[in-house]
Design a protein around this ligand. Sequence first.
Ligand SMILES: *Cc1c(COP(=O)(O)O)cnc(C)c1O
Length: 400
Amino acid sequence: MKPFQGNFTLQEPIPEAAIDAAVEVMRSGRLHRYNAAAEQQSPVAALEAAYADYQGARFCLACASGGAAMALALRAHGVGAGDKVLTNAFTLAPVPGAIAAVGAEAVLVEITEDLVLDLSDLDAKIGASGARTLLLSHMRGHLCDMEALCDLLTARGVTLIEDCAHTMGASWNGRKSGNFGLAGCFSAQTYKHVNSGEGGLLTSDDPDFIARAILLSGSYMLYDRHGAAPGPEAFASLRFDMPNMSSRMDNLRAAILLPQISTLDANVDRWNARYDLIAARLAECPLLRVPHRPAPERYVGSSIQFRVPGASADMLEAYVTKAAALGVDLKWFGRAEPVAFTSTHHSWRYVPAQSLPHTDRVLANLMDMRLPLTFSLEDCAHIADILVHCAQDLSLPGAA
Ligand SMILES: *Cc1c(COP(=O)(O)O)cnc(C)c1O
């Protein structure tokens, strides 16, 4: 088998229009979001307006990172010290990190074999913990049954905040991910769906909530200079009470992001062409299992996950090593030690230890792979061949 030569962490270059806009910001010297010429909309305010429009949300706040968006959202919702916040047991560290940042305690909810929140475990844990907030992480872009989730949360009086780091551009039954609860939190970090290195966006339809978030983000008394914010009346009773958490976005990053919003939907199609090609090839291999994607879900295939059921830890180690030797970078969530960006709840020691046997069983043989847009469809076919070839080399139960 010929090794694959591509680079799994290589994103596409920043579009020329974004580079030009960034250079213009640097020439102006006006990098701080509130440093705009009189009567001019700052690039951050322009980004907020454009993203609110794209998302179909009334309000948008641009901030320093996706993690900052989540911490602002929790605090603006009134979550504080000692409160319990439900979240997925399978997610990335910024999610339990944001819960810890507001002094709250994460209550971890099991995931299913299709990598989405287990709604029956959620129901049980709402009852057991008394938590009133769910920070739902659509981890690796897998959406649970959003109508069933919302019905459950409404019945139990639990508020939903969505972590859409992997679902920017995704939807469920035509409704955009991020629009199902009080707020949506998005990331503009390099490996997500728009790229300014770091950055975050927080959306909501609730004027009181977003006014709190804007003040918390560090707006000083300049909250009237936002691109998608409520009027001054929303801030009048809050402006002396919200601490400044200094989580603003700057004009340089906003200038880089603005032209990327208009190409997002086209990029979703490009990601999905790559994802669908690999998923179809892997699905033909009886040794590998690709999560089921329900019909109401419009996903963004910026990464792909699959499981190798029945393989021991030694076999999985051998599988990852073999694939790496052929140039394919896999992340294995079942590894005992966290590597690079990949960690599990066992390594979040700031969260009270919790027993999550079902999640552990799913993660034990879960593989995860990035799909940057720098890969061609031919590259993807080559990668799929390598993944199947390496699986056939393992002496797995069921191997021909
Ligand atoms: C990347 C990521 C975030 C936010 O990350 P930032 O680096 O803070 O922008 C949140 N949730 C998940 C699941 C992520 O992968």
